[in-house]
Design a binder for this molecule. Structure first.
Ligand code: FAD
Ligand code: NA7
Length: 518
């Protein structure tokens, strides 16, 4: 066992026994419950928690079950990220970037026959699904190796320590008891309450395995999921339109969000602003007639699409858990927890997307689940730190950020105490294909005084996620403008530009570089 693991799990029963410091549980005493831990949900949070707990010697059972989507899509173990979230999304994003790269390659001297330069949707979907199935398989093997018992069924509380579930045949109901229960059931996409929405629309649960080409697609919702789906569809040669109820990317930095929307529009993604859908009907030709309403102008309109994709947010899956039987407090469809992820019932915890008021992101779910297991079974005390979590919107020009938006910083600290450094930048690789300098923008939000502690970093441009990940660690370590500007850049990269930010918003100077070499 590595020194790290020894340190981490030095109070695990299994490890304590193996290094001769005695087991937590008395060898002769019979456990009060069937399991030390039952985990409800085998997604990012649940699996991380279950595996870590088992590593620490706990007897763990994990339930995972996926109800088919209204369009009939179903998938295996691993939860949203692996099956219908981050992973297929990133693969589709990559497919779309490759299309763009082929066009750029011509400028770089490649002889590309650009006749019929369209991807084969079915082949792409097959490749994506094959990868997902291989991940599902590896996950099951991993659970077996780590001695986590897995039951492919919906679990529900019968009482605070008892979980009930149906057997595979559905004919029998069984019960197990657990000392601790972790709820990690995640969420599923919402549907609007309008005629035709459920019967005729699809969601992110369906698009990554959609058998027919999406064609002209109405994407309803301008959050993270809506913009990402619209962008990869555009990059793959389809015609998405984004319907925006109010603003794009609520919760993100406003300037960056609006810049991103403008770039998408410039690349041919139309936006239907201040608009809500009214109904969806199938026409005689099989296409979908969508009626909608502009809440600003009061005008009604309609248009015809091949596909309607709802991306209007997600609901927590509390409904099947019978939480009242356990006394767990909820807030709407989410579970309320304290800083140690404990619910209103001290031995029942919740992690991941099901938790009220926390970022819905896989690395958050994983780390929270892992730290919880260490606190429960390895005597650890470290709490999950939800501050300054970096994230990326995988639009073709990615937008990545960490820390505060400009408006949050101003709201919390006051405009007079904030300095914003910013700049457009033309990455070297933009020159030959003559891509616009407007497609790469960086911004640092900092305190105005002293060494100028950085409160937030924002970047739109190529591989933004890769760029911001490293800066996220620096920001968590107390990065200041002084340190940033005394860091030697890696040339020629776009990340380097963060070390050369020199124009403050306050100065009113144009943040566009004067020349290609600036
Ligand atoms: P889930 O992964 O949803 O897992 C919960 C599991 O529990 C599911 O399998 C569910 O079916 C099962 N379950 C539900 N009820 C029960 C029950 N009663 N009994 C047993 N099992 C049950 N995050 C990122 O960090 N980066 C990204 O790029 C990113 N992209 C995304 C793209 C899309 C389209 C979507 C939808 C999400 C994306 N996310 C991304 C978010 C990320 O997928 C989630 O934050 C993450 O999957 C949450 O993990 P979880 O374990 O809480 O829930
Ligand atoms: P979000 O971020 O909650 O965005 C939902 C979007 O849908 C947002 O633009 C909403 O507009 C819009 N919305 C919500 N309800 C409706 C209705 N009824 N009609 C039209 N438009 C509507 O959800 P996402 O699915 O994009 O992302 C959820 C998480 O998944 C995200 O945090 C990632 O981590 C992964 P609004 O701004 O409310 O007016």
């Amino acid at each position: 066992m590595s020194a790290l693991k020894l340190m981490r799990c030095s109070s695990c029963p299994r490890l304590r026994a193996s290094i001769g410091i005695g087991s937590v549980r008395h060898a002769a005493s019979k456990p009060r419950h069937d399991y030390d831990l039952v985990v409800l949900g085998g997604g990012s949070a649940g699996l991380a928690c279950a595996k870590e707990a088992a590593d620490c010697g706990a007897r763990v059972l994990c339930f995972d079950f996926v109800k088919p989507s209204p369009a009939g899509t179903r998938w295996g173990i691993g939860g949203t990220c692996v099956n219908v979230g981050c992973i297929p999304k990133k693969l589709m994003h990559q497919a779309s970037l490759l299309g763009e790269a082929v066009h750029e390659a011509v400028a770089y001297g490649w002889n590309v026959n650009d006749q019929d330069l369209r991807p084969d949707w079915r082949k792409l979907v097959r490749s994506v699904q094959n990868h997902i199935k291989s991940v599902n398989w590896v996950t099951r093997v991993d659970l077996r190796d780590k001695k986590v018992e897995y039951v492919n069924s919906l679990g529900a509380f019968l009482d605070p320590h008892t979980i009930e579930y149906a057997t595979r045949s559905g004919l029998e109901r069984r019960q197990v008891t657990a000392e601790h229960v972790v709820v990690a059931v995640g969420g599923r996409p919402r549907y609007p309450d309008i005629p035709g929405a459920v019967e005729l629309g699809i969601t992110s649960d369906d698009i990554f395995s959609y058998e027919r080409e999406p064609g002209r697609t109405l994407v309803v919702g301008a959050g993270y999921v809506g913009l990402e789906c619209a962008c990869f569809l555009k990059g793959l040669g389809y015609e998405p339109t984004v319907m925006v109820r109010s603003i794009v990317l609520r919760g993100f930095d406003r300037q960056m969000s609006e810049l991103l929307a403008a770039m998408m529009a410039e690349r041919g993604v139309p936006f239907l602003g201040t608009t809500i859908p009214r109904s969806v009907e199938r026409q005689a030709d099989g296409r979908l007639l969508v009626r909608y309403h502009n809440t600003a102008t009061g005008a009604d309109g309609s248009d015809v699409f091949d596909t309607v994709l709802w991306a209007i947010g997600r609901r927590g899956l509390v409904e099947d858990l019978h939480l009242p039987a356990a006394g767990v407090r909820t807030h709407g469809d989410k579970i309320v927890v304290d800083a140690a992820e404990a619910t209103s019932v001290p031995h029942i915890f919740a992690v991941g997307d099901i938790v009220y008021g926390r970022p819905e992101l896989t690395p958050v779910a994983i780390l929270a689940g892992r730290l919880l297991a260490r606190r429960l079974f390895a005597g650890a005390t470290q709490l999950m730190d939800y501050a300054d979590v970096a994230t990326t919107v995988f639009t073709p020009l990615e937008y990545s950020c960490v820390g505060m938006s400009e408006e949050t910083a101003i709201e919390l600290r006051g405009a007079d105490n904030i300095e914003v450094l910013h700049g457009y930048y033309k990455p070297t690789e933009f020159f030959i294909p003559q891509k616009s300098v407007r497609h790469c923008y960086l911004k640092a939000v900092a305190e105005i005084s002293g060494d100028q502690k950085i409160l937030g970093l924002h970047y739109i441009g190529p591989v933004a996620g890769e760029v911001i990940q490293g800066f996220a660690a620096a920001l968590k370590s107390g990065l200041t403008v002084k340190t940033l500007l005394s860091t030697v850049g890696i040339h020629p990269t776009t990340a380097e530009e963060f070390t050369r930010l020199s124009i403050t918003k306050r100065s009113g100077r144009d943040p566009t570089p004067a020349s290609c070499c600036s």
